[in-house]
Ligand binder design. Structure first.
Ligand code: GDP
Length: 445
């Protein structure tokens, strides 16, 4: 759901490209403009958007695309590759120390999901055969130590926490003692939860930097709420300057975040996203894969399949012919028949429709759609004379009766077809004028 809107917007953009053969610079510019808008609406930071679209544009206008068998598909590939690149390229795994314990320090704003992540990470590490210990160095929030204890218990992990009333006030000492305790007790990883504030402040940064200096962690993970939107960039920059971090954890990716944070933070800080946190349960944690995330953003599998199918079915000349007929309003039943056959070539209609984004409200119609309908329609049109096909207006009662007999159907069937053709012709005119984006032949569904 997270990238839903962004995915839909990009899919829509590519849908418009899919039947084109060669791409003109105007096609490329139009597409790049749409991508730019979609990214900005998804809260991706402006500098990131600019850099991204400039790269895509440059590559889309190059020979790489010109010479491609399928230029539209090539553009989608380019966008995919560039998305992977700004998401960090290769997957980056957690790094472990040669001499245990591996020390992992968490930083981030209050409420970003640090404590929850600490529990999730502990659980994941345990299932990988590690022996993690949590350290409660968040002494700022009254309930933080307690909360970490609850999380540790749920994760079945060990915890080092200051006794109530003892050590309160010195998180640096707690962190250092925690690492010492883990070393003594031979835990192989230490996860240090630190204090956050609601906003970035100097004292918070100093505390985090002090802890970092005291325990010299192998990883400093910056936890950021994916729903934070445009603020992601400033927050991430502040933490990078104040504490610096080795990797990013995107939390709350299950919510309805618009997804921009992911693209911005990795790109602006140059630090890899290592984990995606996707829910309130301790199991809701995934290693972050830039390529998978890019595919998710693009709904890539579906887009590529659509492009392939559409391009097999329509050649450009055909599309131009139809467009011209629509524009000059000389679209006939014969063309209608043609269109239906083209459409049939695209394979199962239901499958086709279910791959299109935003067809949720059409679900009912899709389910009710009977592919044999196309065959019946075809039979009726085939019983018409060429002049009737060209000019359905001459279809009076006796002609309709003759046609019905000819194809073994009823006059009502013929009447319905003529009615649907009228509707389809009207709708396609709207499409031809740049109205509702739609698929030719969708009228009779
Ligand atoms: P901290 O202040 O940084 O330690 O943040 P917490 O771990 O206490 O998380 C703040 C709130 O966000 C809590 O209500 C968590 O249950 C919730 N939360 C944390 N991670 C996620 C996540 O990945 N998805 C969702 N939906 N909620 C989360």
């Amino acid at each position: 759901a997270t990238f839903g809107t962004l995915s839909d917007r990009l899919t829509e953009t590519f849908r418009n490209l899919r039947t084109k053969g060669k791409l003109t610079p105007a096609d490329v510019d139009g597409t790049v403009r749409e991508i730019r808008r979609a990214l900005l609406d998804a809260d991706v930071a402006l500098p990131v958007v600019k850099e991204f679209t400039a790269k895509v544009r440059e590559r889309a206008l190059s020979d790489e695309v010109n010479k491609a068998l399928n230029p539209a598909q090539q553009v989608v590939q380019i966008v995919n590759e560039e998305l992977i690149a700004i998401l960090g390229g290769q997957q980056r795994r957690l790094q472990f120390a040669k001499n245990p314990p591996t020390v992992i320090m968490l930083a981030g704003l209050q409420g970003s999901g640090k404590t929850t992540f600490a529990g999730k990470l502990a659980k994941m590490l345990e299932s990988d055969g590690h022996t993690p210990m949590l350290v409660a160095a968040d002494l700022q929030r009254p309930n933080a130590v307690n909360q970490l204890q609850v999380v540790a218990e749920r994760a079945g992990a060990a915890i080092y926490a200051p006794e109530p009333g003892n050590g309160v006030g010195d998180p640096v000492k707690v962190a250092r003692d925690g690492v010492e305790a883990a070393r003594r007790q031979q835990y192989d990883t230490v996860i240090i939860d630190t204090a956050g504030r609601l906003g970035v402040d100097a004292e918070l940064m100093k505390q985090a930097a002090d802890i970092r200096r005291a325990v010299d962690p192998d990883e400093v993970l910056f936890v950021i709420d994916a729903m934070i939107g445009q603020d992601a960039v400033n927050t991430a920059k502040a933490f990078q300057e104040g504490v610096d971090f080795t990797g990013v954890v995107l939390s709350k990716l299950d919510g309805d975040a618009r997804g921009g944070a992911a693209l911005s933070v990795a790109s602006i800080t140059g630090r890899p996203i290592i984990f995606a946190s996707t829910g309130e349960n301790l199991d809701d944690l995934e290693p972050f894969h830039p390529d998978r995330m890019a595919s998710r953003i693009l709904d890539l599998g579906d887009i590529l399949t659509l492009i392939e199918q559409a391009q097999q079915a329509f050649d450009e000349a055909e599309a131009l012919k139809v467009a011209e007929k629509l524009a000059t309003e000389t679209f006939t039943l014969e063309d209608f028949l043609d269109q239906m056959q083209q459409f049939k070539k695209m394979g199962s209609m239901k499958k086709m429709l279910s791959m299109l984004p935003g067809t949720g409200q059409m679900k009912q119609q899709i389910d009710n759609f009977d592919e044999r309908e196309i065959d019946r329609t075809e039979a009726i049109i085939r019983s018409m004379t060429p002049s009737e096909r060209r000019n359905p207006k001459i279809l009076n009662g006796s002609r309709r009766l003759r046609i019905a007999r000819g194809c073994g159907m009823t006059v009502t069937d013929v009447n319905q077809l003529v009615q649907r053709f009228d509707q389809a012709a009207k709708m396609m005119k709207t499409v031809a004028r740049g109205g509702v984006p739609n698929i030719p032949g969708m009228g009779p569904v």
